[in-house]
Design a binder for this molecule. Structure first.
Ligand code: NAD
Ligand code: UDP
Length: 359
């Protein structure tokens, strides 16, 4: 019996050692990366954050520490710096990489395509070269629903065709997905999971981390939050003549905490499988711009003044996904609804405004 107990204990130790992983998060100080760091820490993993701070604040690492009780290692660096990446992968004994780093402003990408291709595509190639040279061949990549272009069918499954993005940012995601698929075809040791995010919004319920874009926000939720707090006067609703129930655009909004959990849940899959796969992460239902405005008004108790404006160039009428593959492969499913997303966004925005005023 003692031998059996020893054996069970041994298996348990092996299980714990195997399942606790040292994971490099490129872009780990950003909106989605920081929430994923929290989720990984809460699951007992060891995230190591690598970021050039081009769109993040140094204070994020301490905030992650305040939420989880464990401040992760942060290394300031650029993904295009192959020598530093190799050193970090080796010295930190990295077992898998979650690759968030990249530029993400759709409008900006139209005026700066070379910067976007250099940062996102060349940067990813540098990262892959560094990983290959040290033998780390597990990657989870931040892809986007933008790879589907204008949907032919809703809900979108992973089987829908890709390749018709309407802007350079979207094309960087398509090119990177293709590069990753070619890499897996060339070397059967690679394991690559491309997570196609729908519309991440919300913030950590603590209000300590969230999305605080520089300048005027492009995306709906940070814009609404700033109108609610009085930092902006009104919301422009881009288009009310779409073929949707109320004429405004419809999107599959997903709480960033759910999205972050999707990465933690995808990790065991990346460890136990090889090859390339793309998986949708969304709630599987759409909300219109006006429905989101209403939910935010309810959550904040503030009125959001609206101006109806023409459609925004490059926008599609509606998209939402079929998230069943993520459930099947990772056991993952979104838990939070639009009310939670608006409440947590508003909490983050309120604390931010107080912080700005006391500075
Ligand atoms: P973010 O800008 O908040 O985070 C990206 C992080 O990467 C930032 O901290 C930035 O400083 C860092 N970074 C950028 N270029 C870098 C470089 N060359 N080297 C090192 N660090 C670099 O953006 P996010 O919303 O957290 O998005 C993360 C990833 O998810 C991005 O790849 C983005 O394209 C993708 N994505 C985001 C959304 C969204 O709506 N937020 C939707 C789909 C996909
Ligand atoms: N939108 C809007 N006003 C804004 C920002 C966005 O009406 O100030 C609409 C946009 O036209 C789209 C939806 O909100 O229908 C979601 O846009 P967002 O930029 O947040 O995400 P996208 O799906 O375009 O990546």
């Amino acid at each position: 019996r003692a031998a059996l107990r020893c054996d069970a204990l041994g298996r348990w130790v092996v299980h714990v050692i195997r399942t606790i992983m040292r994971v490099l998060l490129t872009g780990g100080m950003g909106f989605i990366g920081s929430h994923t760091a929290v989720s990984l820490l809460e699951a007992g993993h060891e995230p190591i954050l690598y970021d050039n701070l081009s769109n993040a604040d140094r204070s994020v690492v301490d905030r992650i520490g305040r939420i989880t009780g464990h401040t992760p290692t942060f290394i300031e660096g650029d993904i295009r710096d192959g020598a530093l990446l190799k050193q970090v992968l080796r010295n930190e004994h990295i077992e898998a990489v979650i690759h968030f780093a990249g530029l993400k402003a759709v409008g900006e990408s139209v005026g700066k395509p070379l910067e976007y291709f250099d940062n996102n595509v060349s940067g990813t190639i540098k990262l892959l070269e560094a990983m290959r040279s040290v033998g780390v061949k597990r990657l989870i990549f931040s892809s986007s629903s933008t790879v589907y272009g204008t949907p032919q069918h809703l809900p979108l499954t992973e089987a829908e065709p890709t390749g018709e993005a309407t802007n350079p940012y979207g094309r960087t995601k398509i090119h990177i997905e293709e590069i990753l698929a070619d890499l897996c075809r060339s070397d059967s040791e690679w394991s690559v999971v491309c997570l196609r995010y729908f519309n991440p919004i919300g913030a950590h319920p603590s209000g300590l981390i969230g999305e605080d874009p520089n300048g005027i926000p492009n995306n709906l939720l940070p814009y609404i939050a700033r109108v609610a707090s009085g930092r902006l006067p009104y919301l422009n609703v881009f288009g009310n003549d779409y073929d949707t129930p109320d004429g405004t655009g419809v999107r599959d909004f997903i709480h960033v905490v759910d999205l972050a959990q999707g990465h933690t849940d995808a990790l065991p899959y990346a460890v136990s499988h090889t090859g390339w796969i793309a998986v949708n992460l969304g709630c599987g239902r759409g909300y219109s711009v006006l429905e989101v405005v209403k939910a935010f008004e309810d959550a904040s108790g503030r009125r959001i003044p609206l101006h109806f404006a023409p459609r925004r160039a490059g926008d599609i009428a509606a998209n939402w996904c079929d998230p069943t593959l993520a459930l099947k492969l990772f056991g993952w499913k979104a838990k939070f609804g639009i009310e939670d997303m608006c409440r947590d966004s508003w909490h983050f925005e309120s604390l931010l405004k107080t912080e700005c005023e006391t500075r």
